[in-house]
Design a protein around this ligand. Structure first.
Ligand SMILES: Cc1cc2nc3c(=O)[nH]c(=O)nc-3n(C[C@H](O)[C@H](O)[C@H](O)COP(=O)(O)O)c2cc1C
Length: 399
């Protein structure tokens, strides 16, 4: 049983909100409706009030003097915000952070999973602006319950029809279940490359873009975990709701992982940490006229080795990544055994278009229980979801 807020905007599909409320109630959830002003012109708030037993919220400035600031108070208690149907206008407001009514202000105030189920005419749905807004919402960690193709209210056949109510309910249920599992769990995720200085302007690094680690952090946060992202230098925005710690060198990354390790339940090492560094970083820039410098390399300290032998190791789940160029599965299994990992995610970085720097990836996920899962070529966002599904199942078996 969860406290769900259903946000309703002024799409012709608004009548389906009644069925959504009934279905959520059947699963024993309590439902509070917030409508946009225009939605209340389509359907009387009285109908939703009668169905839910709660007064419908529309205006921000109608709170009774004795009450606390209502949108903030309600936001604290809400376990899932579901916006269905979501108009193109409302999606645009969410994407840009406009907060000019109760529902849009509420969206900015909640710290719980958010699902948006768009419903609109095909031209509006496929408009590049709407697509960009949906992409921005995904970036903010919102789950989009993709609309379907079918007969639309305008009489056209096309994309933009509100997803089937069953699909919306199933998504809400699965999100609630996984957010209950991850609540009160702390995850450390490392991402990106490290930079090992040669002199104040030059360094040794690698081609990691950090995209996989950042998607994992976003997914972990979306599932309700507290996330600490320890990131090498990357060109990516911080995922919403995630504590980001920026470092440069492998030694700095190790120091930060050590600092948070005691309190973490899960550690995912997605960073491409340098294996070697210059033995001495020069304190001033090596000039060209000084000739070609000889750079002696030494091994960096291995973070996974440190974690594997830590006294608290057995209380944690350790996930490693392996970037290989041949015999992927064997190499990954060997690394999992050697480093004592619970799970390893292996990708073949020799295939063009996937892995390093790319938006796509194709991974093998191996666990200690002998399971091997191949993702197939997917976006790093989808792969991070798959990794968390596997991790959830692993956690369940392990506890
Ligand atoms: C009959 C009618 C049906 C509409 N259906 C939709 C719809 O399905 N999807 C949509 O994005 N906008 C739809 N609109 C347009 C929105 O109501 C309009 O953009 C409005 O400003 C959105 O306000 P809101 O997002 O605050 O509810 C419809 C308008 C009318 C008059």
């Amino acid at each position: 049983m969860a406290r769900i807020v259903l946000g309703v905007s002024s799409s012709i599909a608004i009548y389906k909100a009644c069925e959504i409320i009934r279905q959520l109630q059947k699963k024993n959830h309590s439902v509070q409706v917030i409508m946009t002003q225009k939605a209340s012109q389509f359907i009387s708030p009285l109908l939703f009030q009668a169905l839910t037993g709660n007064p419908v919220l529309i205006n921000l400035f109608e709170t009774k003097e004795t009450e606390k600031i209502e949108h903030i108070e309600l936001a604290r208690k809400t376990e899932l915000l579901l916006i269905a149907p979501a108009t193109a206008n409302f999606i645009a407001k969410m994407a840009s952070g406009i907060a000019d009514d109760f529902l849009s202000t509420f969206y900015l105030a909640v710290n719980c999973p958010v699902i948006v189920a768009p419903a609109m005419n095909e031209a509006m749905y496929l408009h590049p602006r709407t697509q960009a807004n949906l992409q921005e919402l995904r970036r903010q960690g919102v789950i989009i319950c993709e609309p379907e193709r079918g007969l639309l209210a305008c009489g056209d056949e096309g994309w933009g029809r509100l997803a089937e109510v069953e699909k919306i309910i199933a998504l809400a249920e699965s999100l609630l279940t996984s957010s209950f599992k991850w609540r009160n769990k702390k995850i450390i995720i490392t991402a990106g490359p490290t930079r090992e200085p040669i002199d104040p302007v030059r360094f040794i690094s690698n081609r990691s873009s950090g995209k996989m680690g950042y998607e994992l952090a976003r997914e972990a946060s979306r599932r309700g975990a507290e996330v600490i992202l320890i990131s090498g230098p990357v060109n990516l925005p911080s995922p919403y709701g995630v504590k980001v710690i920026r470092i440069e060198t492998a030694a700095e990354m190790k120091k930060e992982v050590e600092k948070y390790f005691d309190e973490a339940d899960v550690v995912i090492m997605a960073a491409a940490v340098a294996d070697f560094r210059p033995a001495e970083a020069m304190t001033s820039k090596w000039k060209k006229n000084q000739g070609i410098p000889e750079i002696k390399l030494v091994a960096t300290e291995d973070i996974l080795d440190f974690l594997a032998t830590h006294p608290l190791r057995k209380k944690k789940i350790l996930v490693g990544f392996a970037a290989e160029t041949q015999e992927l599965e064997d190499a990954a299994r060997e690394k999992m055994e050697k480093k004592g990992l619970d799970l390893i995610v292996a990708n073949d970085v020799s295939i063009p278009g996937i892995g390093f720097e790319a938006d796509l990836n194709d991974v093998l996920i191996l666990d200690r229980q002998g399971q091997v899962i191949r993702s197939g070529v997917k976006s790093k966002r989808e792969i991070s979801q798959l990794i968390f599904d596997v991790l959830e199942a692993y956690l369940e078996k392990a506890t």
